[in-house]
Ligand binder design. Structure first.
Ligand code: ADP
Ligand code: MG
Length: 227
């Protein structure tokens, strides 16, 4: 479902050219749970942003279900994300003027769901935040905001979930909650899950573990697959 071919990502900073991803070729089949690991600065977040179409590579191609992202304009990419991709980043990107419930309802409304608020309420319940539905992001803790962001990302049961260290800033109990929902999406709805994590135990439970270093894939092995 995801095919990266000879992807290069290069940036110019302070007059110097930096290669962030260097000739990366990677294929991720539908429904696979892939953990992406590697030291800080190895290119993990950049890789997720490219797969989400939030950034374009300097060279190479990225295709989702056979559609080359390079051939799509911003509107088409936004449409594709709405239809197919749920993204959870470390920064939550919640809309500050909307309540938790309204934040979760946004993608449902955009997609013309017949009952966006009702469905959003169910999703908040799944992340144990029903009691916080009417709170604004500033009134929520970091862990609560992350769970709202996750409920929003999962709202349309996207076939592809991209999660960048979603448990990185959370205490163990909240992190377990977030992972439980991601695993449920993967298991029950067959979502492909690409998870960047520093947690070795979490990575080991994936179907596959891809390790990046300096913008290269240095290892690509099977996990236990019991995630
Ligand atoms: P990771 O998520 O594995 O920590 P990133 O993908 O965030 O790595 O970044 C990879 C490298 O690219 C890092 O060295 C980072 O400093 C650099 N980098 C990322 N984005 C930019 C940018 N916009 N400008 C300059 N350097 C960047
Ligand atoms: Mg990162």
């Amino acid at each position: 479902m995801i095919a990266l071919r000879h992807v290069v990502m290069r940036l110019t900073a302070g007059g110097r050219s930096i290669t962030i991803l260097d000739d990366l070729t990677l294929e991720i089949p539908s429904k696979q749970f892939v953990a992406v690991v590697g030291p800080s600065g190895s290119g993990k977040s950049t890789l997720l942003a490219l797969i989400a179409g939030l950034d374009a590579p300097t060279a190479g191609t990225i295709a989702l279900d056979g559609v080359d992202l390079g051939g799509l304009d911003e509107d088409a990419l936004a449409g594709l994300r709405l239809e197919k991709i749920g993204v959870v980043f470390q920064a939550f990107h919640l809309i500050p003027t909307l309540t938790a419930l309204e934040n979760v309802a946004v993608p449902l409304e955009l997609a013309g769901d017949p009952d966006p608020l009702g469905r959003a309420r169910e999703l908040l319940d799944e992340v144990d935040l029903a009691a916080r539905a009417d709170h604004y992001p500033v009134q929520l803790s970091g862990g609560e905001q992350q769970r709202v962001a996750l409920a929003r990302a999962c709202a349309r049961r996207p076939p592809l979930l991209l999660a960048d260290e979603p448990t990185g800033n959370l205490d163990a109990a909240t992190g377990a909650h977030v992972m439980a929902l991601l695993r449920r999406m993967h298991r029950d709805y067959g979502s492909t899950l690409v998870l960047v994590t520093h947690d070795a135990g979490l990575a080991a439970s994936a179907d596959r573990i891809v390790t990046l270093r300096d913008g290269h894939i240095v290892s690509d092995t099977g996990g236990t697959g019991d995630g």
